[in-house]
Ligand binder design. Structure first.
Ligand code: NAG
Ligand code: NAG
Ligand code: NAG
Ligand code: NAG
Ligand code: NAG
Ligand code: NAG
Length: 285
């Protein structure tokens, strides 16, 4: 007999905090981030990824001056895995901190992981914590198990964090009590995001929509980002924050897929902040 796993109570926040591109006459303005860092861990020099975005190697980088020699290559250089930033890594057997001087305000922090074997270390042995200053973003994280669970060869963990004053310290710490444990990272992306939470967002969770204030010290992790009624959008096609948007049809349960309507051109939606993103919504959990 097949047992149906108990569904854990999951609180899903649907924060309708992303604006539509619809504005008076169609405003296509693109957000220009103050901070925009693409750090290709374990490599040196500048390399463009398949999306045309330019990554800088962390060898000799001002964010990690002690990393003055090359990192390690993934042992399986799978052609289906994008070379930048995934095929090189930094491996840490003791805690290591990158220090990013940044402007204040919220940032997207994207951590890129390709759980391969690295210089004789097995991918399945990597268990580690990632801390942004005092906040633990990932605890006893296994990129290997996570990638297996979602059936992907590589993955990105995206966070929204507030940088108060002195920039961002990002620390990788191998878990204790697991023999041969190590930490690794393939790529780090930091992009300023606009101040979308100072106007209190609306929480939609099945009941009556309520206001849901976001404390500026909270860090949040993105779970899904769907372009509702539209297609997938690559980071390069986003409106300046390099977000990845997924097609929502994969996430609709049941037989009825609904009908997709384009925006009504007779209706003007006015937002109190500049228009930023395609039609859609941001799911944070
Ligand atoms: C905005 O972009 C769309 C699609 O690229 C285009 O059709 C429209 O003319 C643009 N609007 C403005 C005001 O530039
Ligand atoms: C890499 O990207 C940068 C910035 O987008 C661009 O200026 C440069 O020409 C690109 N280099 C190559 C080799 O495509
Ligand atoms: C990774 O290392 C483990 C342990 O040494 C080994 O069993 C496994 O076959 C290796 N995987 C690859 C893809 O090289
Ligand atoms: C980390 O996770 C592994 C596998 O899930 C587990 O065996 C181990 O006890 C955990 N370690 C800590 C310190 O939580
Ligand atoms: C690791 O093991 C030591 C000794 O067995 C124990 O005191 C400690 O609490 C363990 N730490 C974690 C995070 O499990
Ligand atoms: C917009 O308004 C015009 C004139 O009232 C009308 O003919 C048209 O059907 C409207 N468009 C939509 C999408 O409702």
């Amino acid at each position: 007999m097949r047992t149906i796993p108990t569904l854990l109570p999951v609180l899903v926040f649907l924060l309708v905090a992303a604006a539509s591109a619809a504005d008076d006459g169609g405003d296509n303005s693109t957000f220009v981030p103050r901070d925009y860092i693409l750090l290709d861990c374990g490599s040196s020099g500048q390399n463009n990824d398949s999306d045309g975005r330019q990554w800088n190697g962390d060898t000799g980088s001002k964010y990690a001056p002690s990393l003055n020699s090359a990192g390690v290559y993934a042992s399986n250089q799978d052609s289906s895995v994008p070379q930048y930033p995934y095929l090189t890594a930094r491996v840490f057997t003791t805690p290591f901190t990158y220090s990013f001087p940044l402007g204040t305000g919220r940032k997207y922090l994207r951590l890129y992981f390709y759980p391969s074997n690295y210089s004789g270390r097995a991918a399945s042995d990597a268990f580690f914590d990632v801390n942004a200053g005092p906040i633990t973003l990932l605890r006893n994280f296994s990129a290997y198990q996570t990638a297996q669970a979602i059936n992907f060869a590589y993955l990105i963990q995206e966070f929204s964090i507030n940088v108060a004053s002195s920039g961002l310290s990002l620390t990788f710490t191998p878990s204790v009590n697991h023999s041969n444990s190590f930490a690794f990272i393939n790529g780090i992306e930091i992009v300023s995001m606009p101040d979308i939470f100072s106007d209190i967002p609306t929480l939609v969770s099945g009941g009556t929509p309520t206001q849901y204030p976001i404390d500026e010290n909270w860090a949040m992790q993105s779970m899904y980002r769907l372009n509702v009624g539209g297609q997938a959008i690559s980071p390069k096609e986003d409106s300046g924050m390099y977000r990845s948007w997924a097609d929502d049809s994969l996430y609709i349960y049941g037989a009825a897929f609904g009908v997709t309507y384009p925006a009504d051109t007779n209706v003007t939606i006015e937002y109190s902040f500049p228009s930023l993103s395609p039609l859609g919504c941001l799911l944070l959990g």
